[in-house]
Design a binder for this molecule. Sequence first.
Ligand code: COD
Ligand code: ATP
Length: 230
Amino acid sequence: MRLVGLTGGIASGKSTVSNLFKDAGVPVVDADVVARNVVQKGTGGWKKIVKAFGDEILLDNGEIDRARLGQIVFSDPSKRQILNRLLALHISSGIFWEIAKLWMKGCKVIVLDIPLLFETKMDRWTNPVIVVWVNPETQIERLMSRDGCSEEQAHNRINSQLALDWKKSEADIVIDNSGSLDDTKQQFQEVLRKVSEPLTWKERLRSRDGLISVVMCTAVGVLLAQKNLL
Ligand SMILES: CC(C)(COP(=O)(O)OP(=O)(O)OC[C@H]1O[C@@H](n2cnc3c(N)ncnc32)[C@H](O)[C@@H]1O)[C@@H](O)C(=O)NCCC(=O)NCCS
Ligand SMILES: Nc1ncnc2c1ncn2[C@@H]1O[C@H](COP(=O)(O)OP(=O)(O)OP(=O)(O)O)[C@@H](O)[C@H]1O
């Protein structure tokens, strides 16, 4: 099994690229979706957040007011650290579970769309790592227009992550999403080709079919050895 890391900066275009993977039939685990699921009303993550941040961050229906919580944590690094610490285990086990389900289905290439891939050191488990890069001016523009936030709020959100240029320097593959969607789609074709290259031996062994083959071969080997000994 090949675990492909897909990361970048906020609003750099990760979801745009992960949608291209989905359209091409490659399964994607979206860490933002996992992070949303683990804080749904009544879950362990929800209880921890309410305990730490108080009832003020709840909507009338009892769900977390994400806009309010975002305002708090993106303007105060210590509060963000608290939130990150509270949710880290819930999110990583959620991601692990999603991978396990795809593994059991026999998927051989899985894309992990994780905004904080480097920050949480999950890049250790992925190869290759794709970084969706965008130039700073475009990133601010797209973030402000998508989320309807001020320039200051946009800067706060960008500064709450490791620098995008540093992530670019650590990447195995870089997609420059500063241009048009067509430009990105063109770069994506080459990325898809690389990601779909035949699995290495190690990756094959990690896949469901590889493991089944190893177990079968071991069982046959043991049976033959026993037969020869008798
Ligand atoms: C702060 C919250 C409530 C804001 O919710 P909101 O719906 O407005 O944003 P959403 O979840 O869609 O995230 C949008 C983007 O913000 C960035 N982001 C989210 N959380 C963080 C964080 N803790 N630190 C830095 N950037 C973050 C990511 O680039 C993400 O793609 C929410 O992002 C959250 O609960 N974050 C903590 C969980 C987490 O770490 N998520 C990232 C998964 S790796
Ligand atoms: N090449 C492009 N041309 C024009 N607009 C784009 C392009 N790529 C992405 N966008 C727009 O920029 C915004 C951010 O893109 P996207 O949501 O894919 O980023 P993201 O990295 O997934 O964001 P987040 O970190 O918040 O999850 C969206 O509104 C998207 O429609």
